[in-house]
Design a protein around this ligand. Structure first.
Ligand code: G
Ligand code: G
Ligand code: MN
Ligand code: NA
Length: 255
Protein backbone atom coordinates (compact mmCIF):
# COMPACT_ATOMS: atom_id res chain seq x y z
CA UNK A 1 0.00 0.00 0.00
CA UNK A 2 0.81 3.64 -0.07
CA UNK A 3 1.97 3.97 3.55
CA UNK A 4 4.24 1.00 3.03
CA UNK A 5 6.02 2.63 0.13
CA UNK A 6 6.28 5.90 1.97
CA UNK A 7 7.77 4.15 4.98
CA UNK A 8 10.36 2.37 2.86
CA UNK A 9 11.29 5.67 1.26
CA UNK A 10 11.25 7.44 4.64
CA UNK A 11 13.71 4.96 6.13
CA UNK A 12 16.17 5.78 3.39
CA UNK A 13 15.55 9.50 3.71
CA UNK A 14 16.19 9.92 7.39
CA UNK A 15 12.56 10.56 8.27
CA UNK A 16 12.57 8.38 11.39
CA UNK A 17 13.30 9.95 14.77
CA UNK A 18 13.90 8.72 18.28
CA UNK A 19 12.39 10.54 21.26
CA UNK A 20 13.35 9.81 24.84
CA UNK A 21 11.07 9.53 27.87
CA UNK A 22 12.77 9.77 31.28
CA UNK A 23 12.46 6.87 33.72
CA UNK A 24 12.64 8.06 37.32
CA UNK A 25 13.65 6.57 40.65
CA UNK A 26 10.45 7.46 42.51
CA UNK A 27 12.06 7.77 45.93
CA UNK A 28 14.58 10.45 45.03
CA UNK A 29 12.85 11.82 41.95
CA UNK A 30 16.05 11.26 39.99
CA UNK A 31 16.39 10.25 36.32
CA UNK A 32 17.83 6.76 35.99
CA UNK A 33 17.49 6.44 32.24
CA UNK A 34 15.34 6.86 29.15
CA UNK A 35 12.94 4.81 27.06
CA UNK A 36 13.63 5.30 23.35
CA UNK A 37 10.41 5.73 21.38
CA UNK A 38 10.06 5.84 17.64
CA UNK A 39 8.54 8.69 15.63
CA UNK A 40 8.17 9.24 11.90
CA UNK A 41 8.56 12.75 10.58
CA UNK A 42 6.28 12.35 7.60
CA UNK A 43 6.74 14.96 4.88
CA UNK A 44 2.99 15.63 4.60
CA UNK A 45 1.33 14.27 7.73
CA UNK A 46 3.82 15.63 10.26
CA UNK A 47 5.14 13.76 13.26
CA UNK A 48 3.53 10.31 13.44
CA UNK A 49 3.41 8.10 16.53
CA UNK A 50 4.11 4.37 16.21
CA UNK A 51 0.43 3.48 16.47
CA UNK A 52 -0.03 5.03 13.03
CA UNK A 53 2.54 2.87 11.25
CA UNK A 54 3.88 -0.04 13.31
CA UNK A 55 1.32 -2.47 11.92
CA UNK A 56 2.30 -1.53 8.38
CA UNK A 57 5.96 -1.92 9.29
CA UNK A 58 5.27 -5.39 10.70
CA UNK A 59 3.24 -6.44 7.68
CA UNK A 60 5.78 -5.35 5.12
CA UNK A 61 8.75 -6.80 6.99
CA UNK A 62 10.38 -3.51 7.94
CA UNK A 63 9.97 -3.88 11.69
CA UNK A 64 13.28 -5.57 12.39
CA UNK A 65 15.20 -3.00 10.37
CA UNK A 66 13.41 -0.23 12.20
CA UNK A 67 14.00 -1.74 15.66
CA UNK A 68 17.66 -2.19 14.83
CA UNK A 69 17.91 1.38 13.63
CA UNK A 70 16.31 2.67 16.85
CA UNK A 71 18.70 0.57 18.95
CA UNK A 72 21.76 1.91 17.15
CA UNK A 73 20.59 5.52 17.09
CA UNK A 74 19.73 5.51 20.82
CA UNK A 75 22.97 3.76 21.83
CA UNK A 76 24.98 6.34 19.89
CA UNK A 77 23.03 9.17 21.50
CA UNK A 78 23.36 7.97 25.11
CA UNK A 79 27.00 7.08 24.64
CA UNK A 80 27.63 10.60 23.34
CA UNK A 81 25.96 12.16 26.40
CA UNK A 82 28.07 10.03 28.67
CA UNK A 83 31.26 11.02 26.87
CA UNK A 84 30.34 14.71 26.97
CA UNK A 85 29.57 14.52 30.71
CA UNK A 86 31.88 11.81 32.00
CA UNK A 87 31.14 12.58 35.67
CA UNK A 88 27.35 12.45 35.31
CA UNK A 89 25.70 9.32 36.72
CA UNK A 90 25.41 6.65 34.02
CA UNK A 91 22.02 6.40 32.33
CA UNK A 92 20.22 3.24 31.32
CA UNK A 93 18.51 2.90 27.95
CA UNK A 94 15.23 1.06 27.29
CA UNK A 95 14.53 -0.04 23.73
CA UNK A 96 11.34 -1.75 22.52
CA UNK A 97 11.70 -4.81 20.33
CA UNK A 98 8.72 -6.14 18.44
CA UNK A 99 7.44 -9.57 19.42
CA UNK A 100 8.72 -11.06 16.21
CA UNK A 101 12.17 -9.62 16.71
CA UNK A 102 13.10 -11.85 19.62
CA UNK A 103 12.36 -14.94 17.56
CA UNK A 104 14.27 -13.80 14.48
CA UNK A 105 17.57 -15.53 13.73
CA UNK A 106 20.73 -13.64 14.58
CA UNK A 107 19.12 -11.17 17.00
CA UNK A 108 21.64 -11.83 19.72
CA UNK A 109 24.57 -11.30 17.36
CA UNK A 110 23.01 -8.10 16.06
CA UNK A 111 22.49 -6.63 19.50
CA UNK A 112 26.01 -7.59 20.51
CA UNK A 113 27.31 -6.01 17.30
CA UNK A 114 25.49 -2.72 17.89
CA UNK A 115 26.79 -2.57 21.46
CA UNK A 116 30.33 -3.27 20.29
CA UNK A 117 30.14 -0.72 17.45
CA UNK A 118 28.69 2.06 19.58
CA UNK A 119 30.56 1.32 22.81
CA UNK A 120 27.34 1.43 24.79
CA UNK A 121 27.72 -0.79 27.89
CA UNK A 122 25.55 -3.94 27.66
CA UNK A 123 24.68 -3.74 31.36
CA UNK A 124 22.97 -0.39 30.77
CA UNK A 125 20.73 -1.64 27.98
CA UNK A 126 17.21 -2.79 28.87
CA UNK A 127 15.31 -4.49 26.07
CA UNK A 128 11.54 -4.32 26.41
CA UNK A 129 9.64 -7.42 25.43
CA UNK A 130 5.88 -7.93 25.40
CA UNK A 131 4.03 -10.95 26.65
CA UNK A 132 2.89 -11.77 23.14
CA UNK A 133 6.54 -12.34 22.19
CA UNK A 134 6.89 -14.90 24.95
CA UNK A 135 3.72 -16.58 23.80
CA UNK A 136 4.69 -16.70 20.14
CA UNK A 137 7.90 -18.73 19.91
CA UNK A 138 8.84 -19.88 23.37
CA UNK A 139 11.75 -22.15 22.44
CA UNK A 140 13.68 -19.90 20.09
CA UNK A 141 13.07 -17.00 22.41
CA UNK A 142 14.31 -18.71 25.56
CA UNK A 143 17.78 -19.22 24.14
CA UNK A 144 18.01 -15.69 22.75
CA UNK A 145 16.97 -14.20 26.07
CA UNK A 146 19.54 -16.30 27.93
CA UNK A 147 22.28 -15.18 25.54
CA UNK A 148 21.33 -11.53 25.88
CA UNK A 149 21.21 -11.83 29.64
CA UNK A 150 24.63 -13.49 29.68
CA UNK A 151 25.96 -10.49 27.74
CA UNK A 152 24.68 -8.27 30.56
CA UNK A 153 21.60 -6.90 28.79
CA UNK A 154 18.49 -6.74 30.99
CA UNK A 155 15.02 -7.75 29.92
CA UNK A 156 11.93 -5.77 30.87
CA UNK A 157 8.45 -7.21 30.41
CA UNK A 158 6.39 -4.38 28.90
CA UNK A 159 2.67 -3.67 29.41
CA UNK A 160 2.57 -6.25 32.17
CA UNK A 161 -0.92 -7.35 33.07
CA UNK A 162 -2.60 -6.63 29.75
CA UNK A 163 -1.68 -9.75 27.80
CA UNK A 164 -1.98 -13.38 28.61
CA UNK A 165 -0.06 -12.77 31.79
CA UNK A 166 1.12 -16.11 32.93
CA UNK A 167 3.19 -16.36 36.05
CA UNK A 168 4.99 -19.21 34.32
CA UNK A 169 6.82 -16.64 32.16
CA UNK A 170 8.37 -15.10 35.21
CA UNK A 171 10.08 -18.34 36.07
CA UNK A 172 10.80 -19.55 32.56
CA UNK A 173 12.71 -16.51 31.30
CA UNK A 174 15.50 -14.36 32.71
CA UNK A 175 13.39 -11.23 33.15
CA UNK A 176 14.64 -8.45 35.41
CA UNK A 177 11.82 -5.97 35.50
CA UNK A 178 8.05 -5.77 35.15
CA UNK A 179 6.59 -2.64 33.60
CA UNK A 180 3.09 -2.16 34.99
CA UNK A 181 0.81 -1.12 32.18
CA UNK A 182 -0.44 2.42 32.38
CA UNK A 183 -4.10 1.35 32.38
CA UNK A 184 -3.65 -0.07 35.90
CA UNK A 185 -1.70 2.92 37.15
CA UNK A 186 -4.32 5.28 35.82
CA UNK A 187 -7.14 3.16 37.23
CA UNK A 188 -5.70 2.67 40.67
CA UNK A 189 -7.20 5.78 42.25
CA UNK A 190 -10.74 5.04 41.14
CA UNK A 191 -10.87 1.29 40.72
CA UNK A 192 -10.19 -0.90 43.75
CA UNK A 193 -9.39 -3.86 41.51
CA UNK A 194 -6.72 -1.90 39.60
CA UNK A 195 -5.24 -0.74 42.90
CA UNK A 196 -5.18 -4.30 44.18
CA UNK A 197 -3.56 -5.50 40.97
CA UNK A 198 -0.82 -2.88 41.20
CA UNK A 199 -0.22 -3.78 44.84
CA UNK A 200 -0.04 -7.47 43.96
CA UNK A 201 2.35 -7.00 41.02
CA UNK A 202 4.72 -4.93 43.16
CA UNK A 203 4.66 -7.45 46.03
CA UNK A 204 5.15 -10.39 43.68
CA UNK A 205 8.03 -8.70 41.87
CA UNK A 206 9.77 -7.98 45.17
CA UNK A 207 9.38 -11.58 46.25
CA UNK A 208 10.93 -12.69 42.98
CA UNK A 209 13.75 -10.13 43.29
CA UNK A 210 12.51 -8.32 40.20
CA UNK A 211 12.20 -4.58 39.76
CA UNK A 212 9.05 -2.70 38.87
CA UNK A 213 8.53 0.31 36.63
CA UNK A 214 5.08 1.94 36.72
CA UNK A 215 4.05 3.45 33.40
CA UNK A 216 1.66 6.31 32.73
CA UNK A 217 2.16 8.32 35.94
CA UNK A 218 0.25 11.50 35.14
CA UNK A 219 -0.69 12.89 38.56
CA UNK A 220 0.97 13.47 41.91
CA UNK A 221 -1.68 11.25 43.47
CA UNK A 222 -0.53 8.33 41.29
CA UNK A 223 3.04 8.99 42.37
CA UNK A 224 2.12 9.12 46.06
CA UNK A 225 0.10 5.92 45.85
CA UNK A 226 2.90 4.09 44.03
CA UNK A 227 5.52 5.29 46.49
CA UNK A 228 3.28 4.07 49.29
CA UNK A 229 3.25 0.63 47.71
CA UNK A 230 7.04 0.59 47.46
CA UNK A 231 7.25 0.97 43.68
CA UNK A 232 10.85 1.87 42.85
CA UNK A 233 10.68 3.32 39.34
CA UNK A 234 8.22 5.06 37.06
CA UNK A 235 7.64 7.13 33.99
CA UNK A 236 4.83 9.31 32.73
CA UNK A 237 3.68 12.75 31.75
CA UNK A 238 3.93 13.94 35.38
CA UNK A 239 7.71 13.88 34.93
CA UNK A 240 8.05 14.35 31.19
CA UNK A 241 6.63 13.43 27.83
CA UNK A 242 8.92 11.73 25.35
CA UNK A 243 11.51 14.42 24.53
CA UNK A 244 13.78 15.26 21.64
CA UNK A 245 17.44 14.44 22.25
CA UNK A 246 18.48 17.92 23.34
CA UNK A 247 15.54 18.35 25.70
CA UNK A 248 16.12 14.90 27.12
CA UNK A 249 19.71 15.73 27.85
CA UNK A 250 18.73 18.98 29.56
CA UNK A 251 16.16 17.09 31.62
CA UNK A 252 18.78 14.57 32.74
CA UNK A 253 21.09 17.38 33.81
CA UNK A 254 18.36 19.10 35.78
CA UNK A 255 17.17 15.91 37.51
O1 G B 1 5.55 6.41 21.75
P1 G B 1 4.16 5.84 21.85
O2 G B 1 3.53 6.04 23.18
O3 G B 1 3.21 6.34 20.80
O4 G B 1 4.38 4.27 21.58
C1 G B 1 3.30 3.47 21.28
C2 G B 1 3.74 2.03 21.18
O5 G B 1 4.75 1.86 20.20
C3 G B 1 4.30 1.50 22.48
O6 G B 1 3.62 0.29 22.75
C4 G B 1 5.73 1.20 22.19
O7 G B 1 6.12 0.00 22.85
C5 G B 1 5.77 1.04 20.69
N1 G B 1 7.08 1.48 20.20
C6 G B 1 7.64 2.70 20.32
N2 G B 1 8.86 2.73 19.76
C7 G B 1 9.10 1.48 19.28
C8 G B 1 10.21 0.85 18.60
O8 G B 1 11.25 1.45 18.36
N3 G B 1 10.07 -0.45 18.26
C9 G B 1 8.94 -1.15 18.55
N4 G B 1 8.90 -2.43 18.17
N5 G B 1 7.90 -0.61 19.18
C10 G B 1 7.97 0.69 19.56
O1 G C 1 3.82 0.17 25.29
P1 G C 1 4.86 1.10 25.75
O2 G C 1 4.96 1.09 27.24
O3 G C 1 6.20 0.97 25.15
O4 G C 1 4.31 2.53 25.43
C1 G C 1 4.94 3.69 25.70
C2 G C 1 3.96 4.75 25.27
O5 G C 1 3.30 5.33 26.39
C3 G C 1 4.63 5.86 24.52
O6 G C 1 3.92 6.05 23.33
C4 G C 1 4.42 7.08 25.40
O7 G C 1 4.20 8.23 24.60
C5 G C 1 3.18 6.72 26.20
N1 G C 1 3.16 7.36 27.49
C6 G C 1 4.22 7.59 28.28
N2 G C 1 3.84 8.20 29.44
C7 G C 1 2.51 8.36 29.37
C8 G C 1 1.54 8.91 30.26
O8 G C 1 1.81 9.40 31.35
N3 G C 1 0.26 8.87 29.84
C9 G C 1 -0.11 8.33 28.64
N4 G C 1 -1.39 8.36 28.33
N5 G C 1 0.78 7.81 27.78
C10 G C 1 2.07 7.81 28.14
MN1 MN D 1 7.74 0.21 26.26
NA1 NA E 1 3.98 -0.30 28.12
Amino acid sequence: GRLENELKRGLGRDELRVVYQPIMALGEGRVVGFEALLRWQHPEHGLLEPGAFLDVAEDCGLMLDIDRWVLREACVQLRRWQQESPHAPPLTLNVNFSARHFAAPGVYEQVRGVLADTGFPPARLNLEITESALLARPEAIGQTLEQLRALGVRLHLDDFGTGYSSLGYLHAYPLDTLKIDRSFVQGMLTSPSSAELVRTIIAMAKNMKMRVVAEGIEETRHLDALRGLGCDYGQGYLFARPLGAEEARAFARAH
